[in-house]
Structures are given as C-alpha cells and as structure tokens.
Design a binder for this molecule. Structure first.
Ligand SMILES: *[C@@H]1O[C@H](CO)[C@@H](O)[C@H](O)[C@H]1NC(C)=O
Ligand SMILES: *[C@@H]1O[C@H](CO)[C@@H](O)[C@H](O)[C@H]1NC(C)=O
Ligand SMILES: *[C@@H]1O[C@H](CO)[C@@H](O)[C@H](O)[C@H]1NC(C)=O
Length: 269
C-alpha cells in the first residue's frame, strides 16, 4: 500500500519536474499597457542574488534582443532604442523588471528574462520569467458644448494622422497630419501631444481616430456636440408655467368682474 503511494507520488513529482522544465511558458505573467504609455514587465532574481555584484540580466522577445544589463553597461535592441531600461537601483535589490516607454503595437508579444552567470569566457544563463505584453488602443466618448474647444489627445509622437467621420456621413476626412499643411487651419492647434479644435459646432459631431504610421488606430473618440440649451430651456419652462398660472386664474377674475358688473347693473336698474 505505502509502496504504491510512494510510487504514485514519485511519479507525480517526476511529471511535475518534466512539465515545469519542458514548458518555459508555464509561469507566464500577463500584463497590458495602452499604446503610447509606459509598461513594466515584472521580473525578480532576489533568490539568486549574490551580495557582492549586481546581476547580469538579458531580456528578449522570440525574435529580438530587447535589453542586456551588466552593472552600469546597458545594451538596447534596435527597436527599443531609448525606450527600454532595467533600472540599476532596482536591479541591485533583485528587481529585474523591464521598463518600456512609449509602448507600440509592435511591442506586443512574449518577453523572456534570463540571468547570466559564470566566468568571462564560460557563460551560462538561467531562465527567470516569461511575460506576455498586450498593447491596447485608447477609446473614449466625449461631449462638448457648441462654442467650446474640443481637445483630442495624440498620446505619443507615433501619432501621424487624425481622421474624422461626420456623424451623418460615411466617409473619413483627414483633419491633421504630422508634417502636413492641414496644420495651418486656424481652428486647429497642436500643443503637447494634444490637438485642439476651437469653437466646435454641430458639424464637429462624429468619430475622431488618431492613426500611427501603419494606419492603426491609437485612439478612437466619439464626440457629441451639444447645444448649451439648458438655461434657455428652463427659462422657457418658467415662462410657460407662469403663463399657465395666469390662464388658470383668469376664470375666477372674469367671474368677479362679471359679478360686479351684474351687481352694478342691478343697482342701476
Ligand atoms: C520592481 O519595481 C517596480 C517599480 O518600483 C515595482 O512596480 C515592482 O512591483 C517591483 N517588482 C518586484 C518583483 O519587486
Ligand atoms: C466626404 O466628406 C466631405 C466633407 O466631410 C464632403 O465634402 C465630400 O463630398 C464627401 N465625399 C464623399 C465621396 O462622400
Ligand atoms: C456634418 O453633419 C452636420 C449635421 O450633423 C451637417 O450640418 C454638416 O454640414 C456636416 N459637415 C460636413 C463637413 O460634412
């Protein structure tokens, strides 16, 4: 009985070890970031940490090298130039998280981190962490009053074009282009990754899309331009109710007049 149980548990152990070592994605961590914003891909080497030097860390995707850090030296892959970092002050404490700036749609995918160890000419590496990064677009619904300014966020320098679809039409018109002359329209202004449409009217109601170089939508904003009718409407309502009251009080008044006139006529007779 006990030997069978022992055999079963030994078999289970072996099976677990095989599964854990054969599938590097068994412990994959899922994270997501909105396009144009920063992302942090978690990683920890605290358990492998040797007190006298900071670990040597590699991060790469299935096809590209993302980042390698050895002490103060850091190498960034071509697609991640000036955008990737494993901060040294965190790495000293065993936190090997990868910090990405200005996330792109093309950054989506599986990332793997490795700890490199050994003498200068014989290097080995230990797999640490798999992270799946999802990159999502921005979506919003906005309501703006006629005459007010509409502010569209471009989020990132990846923004190449803003297109607009009037709510009553099916076609799209280019509203703004990064290097275009459309820039010069006086109702359009660009300031700090934001596009400002001055004094909107009903014809500005519709859908706005911010596109990147590949024509993918970084952001989709549905805009409804509303009439600032709230005050006028209440005024009109008040007038109406005042009129209503006047009409209501009319019959008794006329009755009194009628009564008085009748009395006067009686007295005269
Ligand atoms: C690493 O540092 C970042 C930023 O401070 C933090 O968000 C994250 O939780 C840390 N990860 C670990 C494993 O300590
Ligand atoms: C597309 O829209 C613009 C204005 O938004 C309009 O002037 C033009 O006629 C439209 N084109 C088509 C083919 O519907
Ligand atoms: C957009 O739609 C409005 C009606 O909502 C219409 O009056 C206006 O002419 C349209 N503007 C353009 C540019 O197509």
């Amino acid at each position: 009985m006990t030997t069978t149980n022992n055999r079963i548990s030994a078999f289970l152990m072996l099976w677990l070890i095989i599964c854990a070592s054969s599938s590097p994605f068994s412990g994959v961590v899922h994270t997501s970031s909105k396009v144009g914003l920063p992302a942090v891909l978690p990683c920890s080497v605290a358990s492998h940490l040797e007190s006298d030097h900071t670990p040597h860390i590699q991060w790469h995707t299935i096809s590209y090298s993302v980042l390698e850090r050895m002490g103060q030296d850091q190498f960034q892959g071509e697609a991640y130039r000036d955008r990737a970092n494993v901060p040294e002050e965190l790495l000293v404490r065993g936190n090997c998280s990868l910090f990405l700036q200005d996330v792109r749609f093309s950054d989506a995918g599986i990332y793997e981190s490795y700890l490199v160890y050994g003498e200068s000419n014989i290097k080995n590496r230990i797999f640490i962490q798999s992270v799946h990064l999802a990159v999502i677009d921005h979506k919003a619904i906005k309501s703006v009053e006629t005459g007010a300014d509409l502010i569209l966020d471009l989020y990132t320098h990846q923004a190449e074009q803003v297109i607009f679809q009037n709510s009553t039409e099916t076609n799209w018109t280019v509203l703004w282009e990064k290097d275009g002359i459309i820039n010069n329209k006086d109702y359009l202004k660009k300031r700090d990754h934001k596009l400002i449409l001055r004094r909107v009217t009903n014809s500005n109601s519709g859908t706005y899309k911010v596109l990147d170089l590949e024509g993918l939508a970084l952001s989709t904003v549905k805009v409804k331009v509303t009439e600032p009718v709230l005050i006028k409407e209440t005024e009109a309502l008040e007038k109406q109710s005042a009129l209503g009251q006047a009409t209501m009080s009319m019959p008794p008044l006329s009755l009194i007049t009628l009564f008085l006139t009748f009395n006067l006529m009686l007295q005269m007779n």
